[in-house]
Design a protein around this ligand. Structure first.
Ligand code: ZN
Length: 125
């Protein structure tokens, strides 16, 4: 069922840069895959950015089956999903990435729709 085999290294670098630029707020976007690799961000209009939560406006989500999940940043040192994150994961796909400080290659983690850690290899396209 899982059609995603990895995430593009350049995309993850872009996410971490956006996360840094968004401080002290969170950064949030949807993830799109192509050929089994997550390689594009979809920014939703009306996405609220706050210190504690990045609320994705799911009703604004285009009908697009290449969107596989979400990514957001935590302005702290934990990349564990909050209770609201788990609720978001459950409703919006099966690949979810949370990155945290210091926003580098080792500071993010992927989860499935149930909030379980997901192995998501970094690939170079
Ligand atoms: Zn979160």
């Amino acid at each position: 069922m899982l059609k995603v085999r990895g995430i593009d290294r350049a995309l993850m670098r872009m996410v971490n840069e956006a996360a840094r630029d968004s401080l002290p707020n969170e950064f949030a976007a949807m993830l799109r895959e192509e050929d089994g690799v997550v390689q594009e961000l979809v920014l939703l209009p009306g996405t609220l950015q706050g210190k504690d939560s990045a609320t994705l406006m799911l009703h604004m989500m285009p009908i697009d089956y290449s969107i596989v999940g979400t990514v957001h940043s935590h302005p702290g040192y934990s990349n564990r999903p909050s209770r609201q994150d788990l609720e978001l994961f459950r409703r919006s796909g099966y690949v979810h990435v949370i990155t945290c400080l210091p926003f580098d290659e080792g500071s993010w983690r992927a989860y499935d729709g149930a909030g379980r850690p997901l192995r998501l290899p970094v690939v170079d396209l």
